[in-house]
Design a protein around this ligand. Structure first.
Ligand code: GDP
Ligand code: IMO
Ligand code: MG
Length: 425
């Protein structure tokens, strides 16, 4: 049976949590396939708001199995706190399992992330400082520790000693810091964390394939987004994993034939957190309005997100990179008061027009957006549930974006709440 991928098409925070939660009602399994607690996915149900970082956004549906896939990097303390917070709010998390092949974020990863950012000074990436990059770096260097290592104290200690020897040399010689104690880390991870996580550690690939073979519906939830992708994003201002839809194959352990529907989550304007190029960035009152109305402050870090107009050049690229089948357009309501809404349809560089994303990053840094201006609707659209209930100018905007991207818009978000969603088809 088909798999559905939920993938961010911009620089993150498009509303992946909202759509995943909405669709999880009809899904048997939701698998998070990459990233770590750098993600912050918000789900709003009635008056209640939930912010999840490592836990998949299908967690509010007790009949849905939620899987933290092998492609994720897990900070166990954060995960345990997240589980405790959900449980304290009456959410049953017995439907949550963690892949034994997922990698661990250890204390030295977090410390090195913070120190490396400080070391970069003006050139810093603006990471979430959670140790995401250093943990993935260790995975690639084959000195990482995996979740399954928590189940074998001897192996855990052996691997930790190898990794920590190098890390302590880096901490001391490059960053002038005190070494970390292997005993302290082993005590905490093996005595406190391992027993609490053990019942949830599973062969996630087997579980996912059992579900697929039984004809069940499986959804693959991405974190971050296309333009934060390690290979396809605005490198080096990216995260250290592959959020693109193809990442779901490696990060969950399925072949591409299982990915049938690929939904691109697309905000009706743009935001970005941290450093990096942003052709349509707004530094004016319009930008402030998007931030205020869209509540564009990071879920985890509280950082103000950088706002900008919609960029259709990026959307077209995201359609290609992910094989998007359709789009969930979010936060249309944020644009309600605008007299005019602008969409970047091409770039201009050195007097020439570019209709596609330049592959050379230096060019992207100097492009100027070519805007098409559309009439604003200046009407509150937050109560709409069908396309017909949207003001005509808002409908035109939605259709214009679909045309620009070359794929249909299936849902339109008109507010944060689960039900504030226009079902187009
Ligand atoms: P994610 O990381 O992609 O899951 O997105 P975040 O949860 O970090 O950020 C999206 C924010 O927008 C959250 O606060 C959501 O509650 C909110 N949101 C999602 N969809 C809509 C929408 O259609 N309208 C409005 N106004 N807010 C939305
Ligand atoms: P969700 O899943 C927005 C950004 C950081 C930084 C860069 C690298 O909520 O959309 P990292 O800590 O990953 O090494 O930081 O990536 N970033 C995000 N921006 N939403 C996210 O996740 C992000 N996760 C990482 O701000 O610029
Ligand atoms: Mg987010």
């Amino acid at each position: 049976m088909p798999g559905t991928v939920v993938v961010g098409t911009q620089w993150g925070d498009e509303g992946k949590g909202k759509l995943t939660d909405l669709l999880a009602a009809t899904m048997d399994v939701v698998v998070r396939y990459q990233g770590g607690h750098n993600a912050g996915h918000t789900i709003v149900v009635g008056e209640q708001s939930f912010a999840v970082r490592l836990v998949p956004s299908g967690i509010l549906h007790p009949a849905t199995l939620n899987v933290i896939g092998n492609g994720v990097v897990v900070e166990p303390q954060v995960l345990l706190e997240e589980i405790a917070t959900l449980e304290a709010r009456g959410i049953d998390t017995s439907n949550l399992v963690i892949s034994g092949n997922a990698h661990l974020i250890l204390p030295y990863h977090q410390e090195i992330d913070q120190l490396a950012e400080r070391y970069l000074g003006r050139n810093k990436l603006g990471t979430t400082k959670g140790g995401i990059g250093p943990s993935y770096a260790d995975k690639a260097a084959r000195v990482g520790l995996r979740v399954q290592d928590l189940l074998d104290a001897k192996i855990f200690r052996q691997k930790l000693d190898v990794a920590l020897k190098e890390k302590n040399a880096i901490l001391a010689k490059i960053y002038n810091q005190l070494p970390l104690s292997a005993d302290d880390i082993a005590d905490r991870y093996l005595d406190e964390i391992a027993p609490r996580l053990e019942p949830r550690i599973a062969d996630s690939v087997h579980l996912v394939h059992q579900a697929l073979e039984a004809g069940k519906e499986v959804m693959f939830e991405g974190a971050q987004a296309t333009f934060l992708d390690l290979d396809h994003g605005t490198y080096p201002f990216v995260t250290s994993s592959n959020p693109v839809a193809g990442g779901a194959c490696a990060g969950a352990g399925v072949g591409p034939r299982h990915l049938e529907r690929i939904i691109g989550i697309t905000k009706a304007y743009l935001t970005r957190v941290g450093s990096g190029p942003f052709p349509t960035e707004l530094h004016d009152e319009m930008g402030d309005l998007l931030v205020e109305r869209g509540r564009e402050w990071g879920t985890n870090t509280g950082r103000r997100r950088r706002p900008g107009w919609f960029d259709a050049v990026m959307l077209r690229h995201a359609v290609r990179l992910n094989s998007l089948t359709d789009i969930f357009l979010t936060k249309l309501d944020v644009l309600d008061p605008c007299e005019v809404v602008k969409v970047c349809v091409a770039y201009e560089v050195d007097g020439a027009r570019l209709d596609h994303l330049p592959y050379h990053q230096s060019v992207l840094h100097k492009v100027r957006p070519v805007y098409e201006e559309l009439k604003g609707w200046q009407t509150d659209c937050s109560g709409a549930t069908t396309l017909d209930e949207l003001p005509p100018a808002a409908r035109d905007y939605v259709m214009f974006l679909a045309e620009q991207g070359g794929v249909p818009v299936s849902y339109v978000g008109v507010g944060p709440e689960r039900l504030q969603t226009v079902h187009v088809a």
